[in-house]
Design a binder for this molecule. Sequence first.
Ligand code: SAH
Length: 272
Amino acid sequence: MTLGILAAMHDEIADLIALMQHETSGAQCRRIGMRDYYAGEIDGQPVVVVLARLGKVAAAATTVTLIREFGVNAIVFTGLAGGVAAQTHVGDVVVATSLIQHDLDARPLFPRHQVPLLGIERFATDDTLTRELLHAAEAFFANNLLSAVGAETLAAFGIAQPALHQGLIASGDQFIGSASEVARLRALLPDLLAVEMEGAAVAQICHEYGVPCAVLRTVSDRADDSAHVAFDEFLRRVASHYSAGIVRQLLRRRRISGRTGAPRPTRMSENG
Ligand code: SAH
């Protein structure tokens, strides 16, 4: 069972690629369509790791390649997002249970947000993989957060007790960085937790190919007028550690069979 792992930015997968190079099997790099696909193992689990780049088209193209060229059996996207719901704070993690393309609007031919000719507005993620990812994030928070990120950095970004959320994520080819845009999105999608630029495209392709997918997002900003401030620093000092730490916890869990029936995490908000 090979897991495909995508991210939009280099720092989100750099540690994973370094880990693959430490495994005895090493990592093989294939360049396809201007992207580098690293195939190998992490903690003994077969993976293909790739930088998808930003936006829905980039994410969709990369997902197709992972499925058709590398035959991955499941896909996980790890990245950043703007927190839109009141309860999604910087440093929290959001795991998608469904994803929508907030900028897709082919009215009056099709209802707003509906993918033309597919008849779907919200793409559901895979239940089992999503549950595994939630457990992985919870284990990372409980066991690795402090050592991976460090108390000083957590304090610098005002992260005290990061929370884990599950629910609706919206994707679009726009960086959302104003309170009025957030208000508009919340009015359209009252259960929306976070906004980003790739997840729903990955979910659509996975739906079309029948491949299980899950999406994990670290909240880097509040999608408001200050969203762009400290973005790169947050990515480098905080989110890169979240990505690597949570994906490793996930792979560990996948290696131990029968873990998917474990009890649900307790401290978590459920939405959508
Ligand atoms: N500073 C980066 C740009 C990041 S764009 C650069 O200069 O290259 C934002 C990335 O993080 C996208 O991959 C998107 O999925 C996610 N993201 C984080 N916050 C977002 C927001 N407020 N709106 C949209 N996407 C956001």
